[in-house]
Design a binder for this molecule. Structure first.
Ligand code: F6R
Length: 261
């Protein structure tokens, strides 16, 4: 996988927004998979700024969700559907019609998961999948020991993830759902270009184990090593435990600009 070390979160957001802009100029109706949480916000802000300035035309972009809480009432401000509408769809000037996600309020959750995998395939597959990473190495909500071949399905969040996400629920862990629907690791690996952004020292361990450790379901993000075109963008703090950091810096510095990410 390619590892790009950037000075800070803002630079990471800018770099990835540029890659999305390049994709949209090649393929205006590209299907862009979006993650939620704090990490990708600088990407969405940089991309929206490019759209506003006219540097990027995102008018035909299609957006799909990576995961969703199970059981939050429709319209709950922290449902991932609400978050993506607020942070991505509205700032990019897109309509809800350009957006799809799993139905976290479905009575038949298993059917909703199957329907979502089918919808992604029928839409032609995900062109670029944005990912964050959990402190435990999860991508999407594929918690440690998720099958590396998994498809979209229901998962139970670890206690650590619920603690990490309590900040979105008034710091009250009892409000954080126990269950989610998440694209599986196998589903994520089918995207044409997964890009993982990790920022801050709290992610340094997970990043080192993802990039330099063995491929193991205990560190779900390490499955990205199996993808022929995966990119990991990290700020200096998140890169602080990488043994090969100097090599990654030198490699990226020598990379021809035309290659992009
Ligand atoms: C969210 C998601 C999660 C987050 C991860 C990191 O859609 O899939 O994997 O990316 O939990 O969250 P933050 O960015 O808030 O640290």
């Amino acid at each position: 996988m390619e590892v790009v070390i950037v000075p800070d979160a803002k630079a990471g957001g800018e770099l990835i927004a540029e890659a999305i802009g390049a994709l949209l100029s090649r393929k205006p109706d590209a299907l862009l998979g979006v993650a939620t949480g704090s990490t990708p916000l600088p990407i969405y802000q940089a991309l929206a700024a490019k759209v506003r300035s006219g540097a990027v035309d995102a008018s035909r972009a299609r957006i799909c969700q990576l995961d969703e809480y199970v059981g939050l009432p429709a319209g709950h401000p922290e449902s991932y559907r609400s978050v993506v509408l607020r942070e991505v769809i509205e700032p990019l000037g897109l309509s809800e019609a350009s957006f799809m996600g799993p139905d976290g309020a479905a009575e038949d959750v298993r059917a909703a998961c199957l329907a979502y995998d089918k919808a992604l395939a029928e839409a032609g597959g995900v062109d670029l999948q944005l990912l964050g990473i959990g402190t435990d190495g999860h991508i999407g909500f594929n918690e440690p020991c998720s099958s590396l071949a998994s498809r979209t399905r229901i998962k139970t969040l670890t206690e650590q993830t619920r603690i990490d996400n309590a900040r979105f629920f008034d710091n009250d862990i009892t409000q954080v759902p126990h269950h989610v629907i998440t694209q599986g690791i196998g589903t994520i690996l089918e995207s044409r270009h997964p890009i993982l952004l990790a920022t801050g020292e709290g992610k340094a361990d997970a990043v080192a184990r993802t990039v330099e450790g063995p491929v193991a379901s205990f560190v779900p993000a390490s499955a990205l090593q199996l993808h022929p075109h995966a990119t990991v963008v990290v700020d200096e703090a998140a890169a602080s435990k990488l043994k090969l950091a100097d090599y990654f810096r030198a490699t990226y510095a020598a990379k021809p600009a035309w290659q992009g990410l």
